[in-house]
Design a protein around this ligand. Sequence first.
Ligand code: SF4
Ligand code: SF4
Length: 368
Amino acid sequence: MDPHRFPRNRTSRVDERDTIFSRYFMSPGREEAYYQAHPDRKERDNLWKKLPGLLSEQSAYFNPLAFASAAAMQPAIDALRFEIDGDVAPNRKETDPNFLQEYIRRWAAKMHAIDTGFCLLKPEHLYTVRGRHHYYGDPVETTHTYAIAFVVEMDREFTLAAPQAPVIMESYRQYLNAGVIAVQVASLLRSFGWEAKAHIDSNYEVICPPVARDAGLGEIGRMGVLLSRKVGPRCRISVVTTTFPFPVDPVQTNDNPLFFCEICRKCAENCPAHAIPETPYSRDPATAGWKINGERCFTFWCKAGTDCARCMAVCPFSHPDTFFHRMVRIGISRSKLFARAAFHLDNLFYGKRPPVKSIPEWMRPLNH
Ligand code: SF4
Ligand code: SF4
């Protein structure tokens, strides 16, 4: 293997019960069995379990109106959970796959997806075992062979104020937005006689970033999330898996965005929890890429009361999808020399430690 290339797909798979969110929302009845099997995690998890937690009044960035606004979106997100799957129409309507693919791209764009991609569903996209809600402990098995990834944009003004309250408001809004798109597209496919399931906030059988990457929508960068080709990590993703035989999109094979990530390290240097590795990209197929320290990151979230996103705010790929920044992204993808120059210019114009922006004026009166 060429040591300078970046292997993309990890061969190891993930049990959802080991994810931080599964551990955070785990019922007391399940904790005993889980920590008996994983005694090493008990002490570390107890650290963040004693902290105020997301959207808590005792947290560092408590803002009554913004936190209440985020919480107000939760019932709608929860309601979507009951729409992710359903009956498949008995009479299949034959449809040209190329036509339906383009139709879904355009319809998703109307529903505010900034990018949509199609790929084959791979085993490593899937969790091995579910870790949330009443599916906890169920093995993940599917007959689906294709996946569609939808990317929605996080508002820049709200993101630049991270880790303050607006960012969690925006996260909830975009989880809802991405969820609505996936639920509707899955429902459409089922009504045409094909199996289809939406994977949305807290209801995932797939791990969204590798699906989106394999659908040609970007790369997985140092901070372990999708660097989308339009707005970098400043996005959220939902996925539909299906039996409909869509054509697949070309996957990203250009290494330059990952080369940029390797020289940049801005997210790692600005992470308040020191959760992002500063090490080079792992070329080991089992652990390919970078892996953030989820416990450190989540411990900060539990103090902040928000989902932080400072890494998202400072990333040079998060700049708006304007003509100028598009040209810079193209330049980075074409030339390592350009990538080095772009890195230094980003530091010059935005700073190595970009300041946290104030929360929007109209939200301030109720800020504590
Ligand atoms: S901040 Fe830099 S190192 Fe981090 S993900 Fe963005 S480009 Fe990569
Ligand atoms: S969300 Fe915040 S704490 Fe977590 S990795 Fe990003 S910058 Fe660090």
